[in-house]
Design a protein around this ligand. Structure first.
Ligand code: GLA
Length: 393
């Protein structure tokens, strides 16, 4: 069976309860931000390409209150690691805030450091149902929830949601040392109930793509529970290879590059590996636009085919899959009613996403439980809303 995802109200109630226990007071601010799953468009965002993610019902909730002194005290619990950790630091001089241990706090510290207004001392509790290190953007959910919390705390609201996503991305770059693209923060800010989001990462324009017509079909996330290591050198290496190829061609990014340019790169002496990476990005951009059009036309068979092609290219050309992810994908694809299955997120572990008939969900879960050597977890991904405030009742 797919896991039951706690509702936002349940997570909120838990966070409020912990706040009362820790601080002996009621919080007066409550915000949330979702994790995400990417339907297609992988490793394209930092190449100014296209991505098609949707926000998930798994969220990070922050409850809190101004405390009248210069420190913030933050208590965090995470469902997936079932530990609680407490952190206290001075927010009166934000230029002195620096990354350090615990690592989870760097996302919060980075957002506080780059928030465009002074931040008063506060107490807060963070509770998240986004599985950590699984490629479902627990870090973006934490950054975006922090930013929304700071908006509520200070009354200084971001006029353009794009700026909010960009500040959160900067926090991840500078405080967590992860050279991520913009997709995760964007969807956590801009997600809309019942929609996926087509994002053009060159000009940051967005189109909401309704998903309510998919009726008998559903997206199943399978967590391999083999954690991905996003900050590992492999992600940076892939990104640098793309930047180098664009530079060799005298282009700003791979968005400006076409399949014809592969010949030029070859003549310039680009390695076989660079050619494979570039080929993936160019074709993945086309697949993302084609999948969006197919969704809009109700051609779900086509969507599934494109998802399969995306995975195969991530496996063979971008080389970011793993044995675990390949096993999950291959097992799912053999089940009748499965239209497509691929890894989602950065890869190197983490999750797969499978597009399939609702009736086939239990069959896929049973087949994976039988053939997968690890222990997988399953979630139904329904397209959910982006970050927001909740009342504190
Ligand atoms: C991670 C990054 C994103 C994106 C994906 C790969 O999730 O945070 O910006 O690059 O990997 O598509």
């Amino acid at each position: 069976m797919a896991q039951v995802i706690p509702t936002i109200d349940q997570v909120k109630a838990e966070a409020m309860e912990i706040f009362r226990k820790e601080f002996g007071d009621d919080p007066d601010i409550c915000v949330f931000a979702p994790g995400r799953v990417n339907l297609i468009g992988e490793h394209t965002d930092y190449n100014e390409g296209f991505v098609l993610p949707m926000a998930l019902p798994m969220v990070t909730i922050i409850v809190g209150k101004v405390n009248g002194n210069k420190n913030c005290t933050i208590v965090s619990t995470s469902k997936s690691i079932t530990t609680t950790s407490k952190l206290e630091f001075d927010v009166s001089d934000r230029s002195k805030i620096a990354p350090g241990e615990p690592k989870w706090a760097n996302y919060v510290k980075g957002c506080i450091a780059y928030f465009p207004a002074d931040v008063p001392g506060f107490n807060a509790v963070i509770v998240s149902t986004v599985p950590m290190g699984s490629g479902l953007s627990s870090s973006a959910a934490l950054e975006v929830a922090t930013y929304t919390f700071l908006e509520a705390l200070t009354g200084v609201e971001c006029k353009d949601p794009r700026d909010k996503a960009l500040v959160c991305q900067k926090a991840e770059h500078e405080f967590a040392n992860v050279p991520c693209g913009i997709m995760d923060q964007f969807i956590s800010v801009m997600g809309k109930q019942g929609h996926a989001l087509l994002l053009d990462c060159r000009d940051l324009s967005v189109t909401q793509i309704p998903m309510d017509g998919i009726d008998d079909y559903v997206f199943l996330i399978t967590n391999s529970n083999s954690p991905h290591k996003l900050s590992s050198s492999a992600f940076r290496e892939r990104r640098d290879a793309c930047f180098e190829a664009a530079k060799m061609l005298g282009k700003k990014s791979l968005r400006e590059v076409t399949l014809d340019d592969l010949e030029v790169l070859k003549k310039q002496g680009a390695s076989e590996i660079i050619l494979k990476r570039v080929g993936h990005v160019i074709n993945e951009n086309s697949r993302t636009l084609a999948a969006t059009a197919a969704f809009q036309a109700g051609d779900y068979i086509k969507v599934g085919e494109l998802m399969n092609e995306s995975h195969d290219s991530l496996r063979d050309n971008y080389e970011v899959s793993s044995n675990e992810l390949d096993t999950l994908v291959n097992t799912a694809r053999k089940i009748p009613g499965v239209l497509g299955s691929r890894l989602t997120g950065a890869g190197f572990g983490g999750c797969t996403i499978t597009f399939l008939k609702k009736d086939s969900v239990d069959l896929v879960i049973a087949a994976i439980n039988k053939s997968y050597s690890g222990t997988a977890s399953f979630y139904i991904a329904s397209p959910s809303v982006g970050t927001g405030k909740l009342d504190c009742k």
